[in-house]
Write a protein that binds this ligand. Sequence first.
Ligand SMILES: O=C1C[C@@](O)(C(=O)O)C[C@@H](O)[C@@H]1O
Length: 174
Amino acid sequence: MHFDCSSIFLEKFFLNEEFEEQTQIRRKPLYLLKILIVRILVINGPNLNLLGKREPEVYGNQDFDTFFKTMKSKYLKVNLECFHSNIEGEIINKLQEVGFDYDGIILNAGAYTHTSIGIGDCIKAITTPVVEVHISNTFSRETFRHQSYISPNAKGIIIGFGLQSYELAIQSFL
Ligand SMILES: O=C1C[C@@](O)(C(=O)O)C[C@@H](O)[C@@H]1O
């Protein structure tokens, strides 16, 4: 039997009991899964659900879901998940939920980047490294976008490469 060592395969192999029954292959312990799969969560903040429709001259024409599907199929060995919220507290809840287990968080906090002490404090509190991304070059825009409460505690910052900023952030964890 040929095994494609993608994250989908690995998840089935290690986590799905039916898989064991159907194939008669004994699953390996869960800790191996954790070693083999890089778990990365992309968190998008306010208005990033409007990508493709929102100010295309700044943020481009592509919607995020289409772009994200491409990333998932390109980086098969990464368990890539995505979370979006327009609400500051929900972003903090999500950071706390995954921030001690995942291998990496890619965070585009949108406008909260420039205002949220709460999100900044949370990044300091968690142990998972956070890469801050922005689609636009915030430093070539209005001065209020030059301030970031994320950057001081981020592992790194990738700004101004369009949606490719997210891909560069994924690569930074590999
Ligand atoms: O919503 C956004 C998007 C943004 O984070 C970016 O990805 O370029 C830049 C922010 O200033 C803005 O509020």
